[in-house]
Design a protein around this ligand. Structure first.
Ligand SMILES: NCc1[nH]cc(CCC(=O)O)c1CC(=O)O
Length: 318
């Protein structure tokens, strides 16, 4: 098969959300494709798509996202554009992606993973341990809230939403004394140095499934897109995400459940750590196991099922 490459007259349409981070991820994807095929940036169109999750009227309210209905909140409109042909590929934060894709769409291309860690962000305080009793911490992540309260039940957690810039402004305004951000987002925005952020070791706060990974979705039968994406695919990231996403799927995890997992490769082995917590942080269940690097999905599946059995009925409800 000969591959017909995009040209300025018929550019490859790259769909993305419009936040600064989403745009940075779309540009990174475009630049990697351009380099792989020696194309000019003009052979690509970045198409910004507004999603339900970007709708200010809904998001600026103080309601937790889970009450608005989380599933596919940031992906539905983008996937519709993909299906209709309005775009050719879609760039996503894998952390926000459901474990199954709609009929006709495939998500099997990953870029090299960024820093997986969470960052503790505070203008005045250096670490969680140094927070005075009763301090207000902002986060809208159920996982981070549960992990924080598990270690520090005395703290007060308030809802904290919006993009990176919005959240930093809220800290400046004194809405909370500290928050958490993914290191990956800060690095992709070139903000890691400009923000009072301290990376947290995974031992202290296990990251979200797929944190720091970018995935690129396409129409299943679009062989041209498939061939192009193959050239920028990162196999190691794929092996790690296979384990973490199987873990999430086995737990039936929606974004409404505090779940964390991290797979790492070393010396021909895959190590998977997983954690589930009660939403109020009163209990955390963890597991850690190793397997051959190609068996991550099976390990993730079994670890997820085992933790679900240990958790039992009612574990995830307050
Ligand atoms: N849920 C929002 C979201 N989705 C991906 C990232 C950061 C980048 C990444 O983890 O890949 C963020 C923001 C954050 O958690 O700070």
């Amino acid at each position: 098969m000969t591959l017909t490459l995009p040209t300025p007259a018929s550019p490859l349409k790259i769909g993305t959300r419009g936040s600064p981070l989403a745009l940075a991820q779309a540009y990174e994807t475009r630049d990697r494709l351009a380099r792989a095929f020696a194309l000019e940036p003009t052979a690509f169109d970045i198409v910004v798509i507004k999603t339900t999750g970007d709708n200010r009227a809904m998001i600026d309210a103080d309601r937790p996202l889970k009450e608005i209905g989380n599933k596919g909140l940031f992906t539905k409109e983008i996937e519709e554009a993909l299906t209709s042909g309005a775009i050719d590929i879609a760039v996503h934060s894998m952390k926000d992606m459901p474990t199954e894709q709609p009929e006709g769409l495939t998500l099997d291309c990953y870029l090299p993973r960024e820093d997986v860690r969470d960052a503790f962000v505070s203008p005045a305080i250096g670490a969680i341990a140094d927070l005075p009793e009763g301090t207000v911490v902002g986060t809208s992540s159920l996982r981070r809230r549960a992990q924080l309260l598990h270690r520090r039940p005395d703290l007060q957690v308030v809802e904290f939403r919006g993009n990176v810039q919005t959240r930093l402004q809220k800290l400046q305004d004194g809405v909370a004394s500290a928050t958490f951000l993914a290191m990956a987002g800060l690095r992709r925005l070139n903000m890691a140095e400009a923000v009072p952020a301290t990376p947290i070791a995974p031992e202290d706060m296990l990251p979200a499934v797929a944190q720091g990974a970018i995935g690129i979705e396409r129409r299943r039968h679009d062989t041209a897109a498939a061939a192009m994406l193959e050239a920028i695919h990162h196999a190691e990231t794929s092996l790690r995400l296979a384990a973490e996403r199987a873990f999430l799927a086995a737990l039936d995890g929606s974004c409404e459940t505090p779940i964390a997992a991290l797979a790492e490769l070393s010396g021909g082995t895959l190590q998977l750590r997983g954690e589930v917590l009660r939403p109020d942080g009163s209990e955390a269940l963890t597991d850690a196991q190793s397997c051959a690097i190609e068996d991550g999905a099976a390990l993730g599946h079994h670890m997820g099922q085992a933790l679900r059995a240990r958790a039992g009925q009612g574990f995830f409800t307050l």
